[in-house]
Design a protein. Structure first.
Length: 218
């Protein structure tokens, strides 16, 4: 069994949520808020949503889309916002640009609806990430598999979802290490293809463990 020269260091992460300075009561105000809010707020309402609602596999995948549907009753715009796949983005600036483009174009084409009061306001929040070493590292695929079994939801989200923004490689911490340190490029690709929208964090982790088991029995 190959031993990695650089071990995988598992990290545990927690998030402190705070309400920002912006809120929206209309779609026009949502457009303005998307332009002015912090990157941490964009992260919270998109990437972090997948952690907070990890047990859901139905419904919209980000808070913006959910509010547009539930509070504004604008299903067509909600579907456009929900159609943005965070796996396609290497920076929050790119994601913000597409969120803003969808909302602003809709407002420009529907001036009256853009000013219509929502059933309830949207509060822009932000997640402050606190990440610390878990104290567990993996030098082999077997040790990596054992570590996966014990990870918290927040830690799994940190390595498998949020890591795309840190790496700027269109992949995750797990796949990056499997390919670069163990030379398991095919396994890395299979891990990266596990769908984060049709799986909960638990079922996604179970699929990664199954993929590791299959590799270990080869």
């Amino acid at each position: 069994m190959k031993v990695a020269e650089h071990p995988f260091h598992f990290v545990t992460a927690s998030y402190l949520t705070r309400i920002g300075n912006h809120k929206a009561s209309t779609l026009a105000e949502l457009s303005e808020g998307l332009e002015l809010c912090s990157d941490a707020s964009i992260f919270y309402h998109t990437f972090q949503t997948l952690s907070r609602h990890h047990f859901l596999t139905e419904g919209f995948s980000n808070d913006f889309a959910q509010w547009v549907l539930a509070a504004c009753n604008r299903a067509e715009l909600a579907e456009q916002l929900a159609g943005l796949d965070i796996r396609d983005y290497l920076s929050l600036a790119e994601l913000r640009r597409d969120l803003l483009r969808n909302v602003s174009e809709y407002c420009a084409s529907n001036l009256q609806l853009a000013q219509q009061q929502a059933f309830e306001p949207f509060y822009f929040c932000a997640a402050i990430e606190v990440a610390v070493p878990w104290g567990v590292e993996a030098h082999t695929l077997e040790e990596f598999r054992a570590g996966l079994e014990k990870l918290s939801h927040a830690s799994f989200h940190y390595h498998f979802i949020a890591s795309r923004l840190r790496l700027h490689l269109g992949t995750n911490d797990f796949s990056n290490w499997l390919a670069s340190s163990l030379g398991l490029s095919v396994l890395a690709q299979r891990v990266n293809r596990v769908d984060i929208y049709t799986n909960t964090l638990d079922s996604a982790r179970a699929k990664l463990i199954k993929l590791a088991d299959e590799e270990l029995t080869r």
